[in-house]
Each structure stands twice: as C-alpha cells, then as structure tokens.
Ligand binder design. Structure first.
Ligand code: COA
Length: 171
C-alpha cells in the first residue's frame, strides 16, 4: 500500500492493511528520525453513503506536538481524494480535549453529543461527534492541494491545476 505524507513533511501514514470497511496505517514522525509515532485508521467505511470515521492513537511521547492534527489532515486527504468519500466523522469522548481540538483545527465541526454512549472503566461517558458535515467539503483545506471543491453530487475533486501524480504520494 502507499505512503501519504504531509507537506511540509511532519508525518507520514503508511498503509498497513485494508479490509472492506477499514484501512489501517502506521504513523511515522518525519521530524524525529522517522520514528513510529502511533497508528491511525479510517473505520466504518461505507462506500454506498461514502462515509467513514477517523481514528488516531499516538504513543504518549508524540502527543501534544500537533502531529494529531497533521495525521487527521492526511487521513482526510486519503478519504476524500483517494477513496472518494463525502463525509468524515470523528467520535471521541467528551473530555478528550486534544482530539476535539485537533479535529476542530482541521475543519471538523461539532454535530452533537451522544449522552452516556460509551462504556469506559465501569461508567457510561458522553461522546462528541464532529464531522466534515454538510457542505464543509466546500471549504475543506488540504495541506498540499488547497481547497477541495465539492460537486453537486458530493463528489470530491482536486483543485484544477494539480499534477496527475501527486508528489507527496510514495507508492
Ligand atoms: C488525541 C490525539 C490524536 C491528538 O493528537 P496530538 O498530536 O496530541 O494533538 P495536537 O498536538 O495536534 O493538539 C491539538 C490541540 O489540542 C490541544 N491539546 C493537546 N493535548 C492537550 C491536552 N492534554 N489537554 C488540552 N489540550 C490539549 C493542543 O494545544 C491543540 O490545540 P490548538 O489546536 O488549539 O492549538 C493524541 O493526543 C492521542 O493519540 N491521544 C491518545 C489516543 C486518543 O485519545 N485518540 C483519540 C481517540 S478518538
């Protein structure tokens, strides 16, 4: 599978496994000796409705350095441009400030709170749902190619003028 990079290069996500409804990646920190920084995935990929969910888990020493937001950007690029998805969603515990802020920084908007939706350590906790949502693709900022316009059918197209083979994809 391919490797997807941010530009300027801070993180790479390396495809490690793809199955019907999920794609798993290793996250590599390109600013620090190309070390394994964690894992990321698109899960719940629904090719009929063209939706999926983002998941990111960085090793503790790599947290708080804006890598999470960069990984989210690359996952969005993978989901929109490579897989042709139309809506991406983040579901996280309501107290996960880092994930909520990382998603906000990338352009996700809050859609609501699922009350007591997650069982954690003997308690039901609230979950926040954020998404690229209705029309947000129109202003979705890609770190490399700029803004993704969204067609009438919701198809995501790269901005005109892009090269046929994006230079930041190493296959
Ligand atoms: C959640 C996670 C992916 C975020 O990535 P990160 O690289 O640590 O976060 P970033 O450095 O990009 O920070 C994003 C924002 O959150 C803030 N932030 C980071 N850690 C924080 C913390 N512990 N408390 C409060 N704010 C925090 C940053 O200041 C930044 O805010 P800004 O965008 O306003 O500047 C990462 O911390 C992680 O893997 N955590 C453990 C697993 C997890 O919770 N995954 C999400 C499950 S859905």
């Amino acid at each position: 599978m391919a490797t997807y990079l941010t530009e300027p290069r801070s993180v790479a996500i390396l495809g490690v496994r793809a199955c019907d409804d999920a794609t798993l990646f290793s996250v590599v920190d390109l600013t620090d000796g190309d070390r394994l920084a964690g894992e990321a995935l698109l899960w719940g990929i629904d090719l009929h409705n063209r939706t999926a969910h983002l998941g990111i888990s960085l090793l503790p020493e790599f947290r708080g350095r804006a890598l999470g937001a960069d990984v989210a950007r690359v996952l969005c690029h993978y989901g929109f441009a490579l897989r042709g998805l139309n809506r991406l969603q983040v579901d996280t515990l309501a107290d996960n400030v880092a994930m909520i802020r990382a998603a906000t920084g990338v352009g996700f908007v809050k859609e609501g709170v699922l009350r007591r939706a997650t069982w954690v350590d003997g308690d039901f906790l609230d979950e926040v749902v954020k998404s690229t949502g209705d029309g947000h693709l129109a202003t979705f900022e890609d770190p490399v190619r700029g803004v993704y316009p969204s067609g009438p059918g919701g198809t995501c197209r790269l901005r005109s003028g892009g090269s046929a083979k994006p230079p930041y994809i190493d296959s």
